[in-house]
Each structure stands twice: as C-alpha cells, then as structure tokens.
Unconditional design. Structure first.
Length: 210
DNA sequence: ACACGATGGCGTCAGGTGTG
DNA sequence: CACACCTGACGCCATCGTGT
C-alpha cells in the first residue's frame, strides 16, 4: 500500500471498511434501522457516525447509490436534502454527506459531470472520484460474479449434453451389431442365386424325364 | 481456547479505453 | 485533451474451518 493510500485510509476510516459485525452489533444496528424508517436526510445526519463531507454531490448520484446501497454505504445530501433514506439503504452506519448548498433538481441532475464538478476543490473532486470508483468496483465485482456463475452453468449444461450423446453412441452401436454387414448381404444373395439355379436345373431334369 | 491458513468482500490505485 | 468508466491488482479486515 502506498503512503498516500495509508494517509487516505486514516482520513477515511469510517467509510472505507465495511465491518463484519458481531451479533450484538448487528442487533444494535437493526434497532437503529427500525428507528430510521422514516428518516429524512437531516434526521439521519444526527445519528450518523463519522460522516464524510462531500460537496455538491448531485441527486442523480445519490439515487444511484441508494439503489445500490444494499451492501454499500448510505449517501445523503445532508442536512437539507429532501432525499428520504429507507432502512434498506442504511448499512452499517457508514455514510457520506454532502454540503448544505445543494439545490438538486431533475433538470440539473443530468448536466455534464464536468459542469457539476466546476468550483470543487481538488479534495472534493478526489472524494467524488473515489466514490464513483467505489461504486464501479462494486458493479464490476457483481458483473464478474454473474459471468462466472453463467460460465459454470454452461459447463454443467455441456457436460450433460456430452453424457447424453455418449449414451446415444452406445445405443446406436448396439443396434448396429444386429444389422447384417454388406458382406453378409452379398453372401446371402449368392446363396439365393445358387439355390434358384439349382431349382432351375432340377426342373429341367424333371422335364426331360416326362 | 488458540493459532493459522483459506476465503470473500471491500476500498483504492493504476492503466487502458471510450467519448464529447 | 480532459474526463468518466472499467477492471486487474493490491492490501486490509472479518469470518470460517482445521489442527494442536
């Protein structure tokens, strides 16, 4: 790990690690989540442990994060946000908060990102970048898992197909042994020819005897 | 009970690629 | 060209299974 990385981790301890919790901790959080059922951003803000401040985070990003927050962090545009946080969105008390000056509307949500990034300090830009990358990494891992799962299913299917085809080969080979070969067919026709000839000869002899 | 390796998930960085 | 996105690699941490 780089020095920069270490410093960053010291600065960002609350957000960077999703703790795996003991049962007691889990119950505590479950209780808090129940209490948070109708939290608005500002109410939640008061209950958050060690928020990280992120300026001007657009609503579109917040919504995206909330959609994907089942295993991630809770993002709110606190404290004046109208974004309502549902219990499902609250995860391990890890939050990222944004500054007070946001007036997110559907219109400005879709503006170019670089426009939205205007006026941000280098550190704010960095926080935004880290957030996006965090989400991208989650998506990437999810996608990778799905791909691996799909490949495993394909392997299973192809192995089954192979087995079925092998069974068919055995079955057809067994049937093939019951069918006379070409040589046998030829021999049979020779016998027939010889017998017919013999019959003809015998008939001729009978005719002579009459 | 404890130590230890394996495993899985996460955040971050770095580098490649696409896009306006 | 600047920016955003994707993804491999890395390190950290928690958890689990196993041997002692």
């Amino acid at each position: 790990m780089t020095i920069e990385n270490q410093n960053l981790e010291n600065d960002m301890t609350p957000i960077s690690k999703k703790p795996k919790l003991s049962k007691a901790q889990d119950e505590h959080i479950t209780r808090d989540e129940q209490e948070a059922t109708s939290f608005t951003g500002s109410a939640l803000h008061q209950s958050i442990i060690s928020p990280i401040h992120m300026a001007n985070l657009p609503l579109s990003i917040l919504e995206h994060i909330q959609q994907h927050a089942n295993t991630g962090n809770v993002i709110t545009s606190l404290p004046n946000s109208s974004v309502t946080i549902t219990p499902n969105d609250i995860d391990y008390h890890q939050t990222i908060t944004t500054s007070n000056n946001i007036t997110s509307t559907p219109d400005n949500n879709n503006k170019k990102t670089d426009e939205k990034a205007k006026g941000l300090t280098a550190d704010e830009k960095r926080q935004r970048r880290l957030l996006r990358n965090r989400l991208a990494a989650k998506d990437c891992r999810k996608k990778k898992k799905e791909y691996i799962k799909q490949m495993e299913q394909t392997i299973t299917r192809l192995e089954k197909e192979k087995e079925e085809l092998n069974d068919k080969i055995v079955e057809l080979k067994a049937k093939a042994t019951l069918i006379p070969s070409n040589d046998q067919m030829m021999m049979n026709s020779d016998d027939n020819y010889r017998l017919i000839k013999q019959v003809g000869e015998l008939n001729a002899k009978l005719g002579n005897m009459k």
